[in-house]
Design a protein around this ligand. Structure first.
Ligand code: ATP
Ligand code: MG
Length: 381
C-alpha cells in the first residue's frame, strides 16, 4: 500500500485504540505501534500521519513533542474521549494538527484525516518545486488596552505592507467581533464574515478560508472580516479561535490579528497563540497607566506570553506629552518601531474609502505608511 493510505497509531493497547482501528481500517491501512518502542518501529516506515490517543499516562504532550522532534514531516492527531479545552491548547501547542473527540466526532474524523493527507501531499509538491514553504506561519497581534490607539489602522497597513514587500501568503483577521472596523480601513464591502467558518470549524482547511476571505484589491492581501454582530460574536469561543489560528498557521506565512481592547477569553487565547504581540503605545501618561494594568493581566498568562510583547509607539509628533526616553524610563520593554501622526494623510485615505497603501512604489505615502514600510523592510531582511 502507498504512504497515502497508511495511518500510524502510537500508544497502549486499549479500548480507544481498538475503536480507532475499527473506524479507520475500512479506508486506511492502520499500523499499530507500541508506545515503548515507537522510536525504532516508526523508522521502518515513512509515516505521514501519526495518531496519538488518550491512555494511562497523564499527558500526551511529551509523546507528541518527541514524535514531532524525530519526524519533522509527520502530522500528529490527538484523540480523546471528551472535550477538554486545556488539553486541546496543550497538544496543539506541542505541535498536534488536530484534536478529535471519539466517539462524538467519529463521522468527521475520516474526513479530517483525508484533508490532512491531501494537504500534506500537495504541500510536498510545492516544497519540491521550491515555490513556497508552508506549515509554520507566524502570528503577529496588534493590541492595546486603550481604545482608539491605532490597532486597526496599523495592523491593516502592516499586513498590506508585508504583502507588498514580500511574496509571502498573508492574512489579516479582525477580532473585533462586535463592531469590526478593518473593513472600513481596507475599503471592503461584503456580507461574508469569519462566522461563516463556524459550520466547518472542525475540519477547517485552506479552501474554506479562501472561500470566506476577501481580497484587498491593491495589495491582494487576504482578510477575514468581523461578523459585526454581538450575538454572532458570542458564538466565537476559544475552541473556534484555536482551530482558526492553527489552520491559518498551516496555510499562511504571516497572520496579522487586530485585537479588541477588551480582554475576554478569545482575546486571551489569541494573545497566547501569538508569536509576537505589538502593543500600541501613545506618548502620554494614561497610556502608561493602562499598560501597567495590561501587564498584570498578561503576566498571569505566563512568562511565555509576556516575553512576546513589544511596544509600537503610535501618533508620535511634536506635541506629545512624553518622549520615547520617558517611555524607556517607565517601561522595561523594547520599542520596535515609532509611527508618526499624520491626521491629514490618514483622513484623506479613509474619506475615499481606500487603504493607506495602493502600490508597491508610491511617492506620496502618508507618514504612518512610510514608517511601517521602513519597519517591515528591516523585519523581512
Ligand atoms: N499615526 C496616525 N496618524 C494619524 N491618525 C491616526 C494614526 N493612528 C491612528 N489614527 C487615527 O486614530 C483613530 C483611531 O485609530 P484606530 O481605529 O486604528 O484605533 P483602534 O485602536 O483600532 O480603535 P478601537 O479601539 O476603537 O478599535 C482613527 O481615526 C485613525 O485614523
Ligand atoms: Mg479598531
Amino acid at each position: 500500500m502507498s504512504k497515502e493510505n497508511q495511518l500510524f497509531l502510537v500508544g497502549e493497547d486499549n479500548q480507544l485504540s481498538k475503536s480507532i482501528i475499527e473506524l479507520m481500517n475500512t479506508s486506511y491501512e492502520v499500523i499499530y505501534i507500541e508506545e515503548d518502542s515507537w522510536s525504532t518501529d516508526l523508522r521502518k516506515y515513512e509515516p505521514t500521519i501519526v495518531i496519538v490517543y488518550q491512555g494511562e499516562s497523564e499527558s500526551p504532550v511529551g509523546l507528541i513533542k518527541d514524535i514531532q522532534a524525530e519526524f519533522s514531516n509527520v502530522l500528529t492527531i490527538y484523540v480523546h474521549s471528551e472535550e477538554n479545552f486545556d488539553l486541546l491548547r496543550d497538544v496543539t501547542r506541542a505541535g498536534a494538527e488536530d484534536f478529535i473527540i471519539l466517539p462524538d466526532e467519529g463521522g468527521a474524523f475520516k474526513e479530517r484525516v483525508a484533508h490532512l493527507m491531501e494537504d500534506r501531499f500537495s504541500f510536498s509538491e510545492t516544497a519540491a518545486t521550491g515555490v513556497h514553504k508552508r506549515g509554520n506561519g507566524q502570528i503577529f497581534s496588534f493590541y492595546s488596552g486603550k481604545g482608539g490607539s491605532g490597532k486597526t489602522l496599523l495592523s491593516t497597513t502592516f499586513a498590506q505592507t508585508l504583502k507588498f514587500e514580500s511574496t509571502a501568503q498573508v492574512i489579516h483577521i479582525d477580532f473585533n467581533f462586535q463592531y469590526g472596523g478593518a473593513e472600513t480601513y481596507l475599503g471592503i464591502e461584503t456580507t461574508r464574515s469569519l462566522i461563516d467558518l463556524q459550520p466547518v470549524i472542525n475540519e477547517l482547511n485552506e479552501h474554506h478560508i479562501k472561500n470566506i476571505s476577501e481580497t484587498e484589491p491593491f495589495s491582494k492581501l487576504e482578510v477575514l472580516i468581523s461578523p459585526r454582530d454581538a450575538e454572532m460574536g458570542e458564538k466565537i469561543d476559544q475552541d473556534f479561535v484555536i482551530r482558526l489560528l492553527r489552520a491559518c498557521k498551516r496555510h499562511y506565512d504571516f497572520i496579522v490579528l487586530d485585537l479588541p481592547s477588551s480582554m475576554d477569553l478569545t482575546t486571551y487565547t489569541a494573545l497566547e497563540e501569538s508569536d509576537r504581540i505589538y502593543y500600541i503605545m501613545t506618548l502620554d501618561t494614561p497610556a502608561i497607566r493602562v499598560l501597567k494594568h495590561v501587564e498584570e493581566l498578561i503576566n498571569r498568562l505566563g512568562a511565555q506570553t509576556s516575553e512576546k510583547l513589544e511596544l509600537l509607539v503610535n501618533l508620535a509628533g511634536r506635541d506629545n506629552e512624553l518622549t520615547k526616553k520617558d517611555l524607556d524610563r517607565f517601561i522595561d520593554r523594547p520599542i520596535t518601531a515609532e509611527i508618526r501622526r499624520d491626521i491629514k494623510g490618514v483622513q484623506a485615505a479613509i474619506n475615499q474609502g481606500q487603504p493607506l497603501r495602493k502600490e508597491i512604489k508610491e511617492k506620496r505615502l502618508p507618514a504612518p505608511a512610510k514608517d511601517i514600510q521602513k519597519w517591515v523592510a528591516s523585519m523581512l531582511k
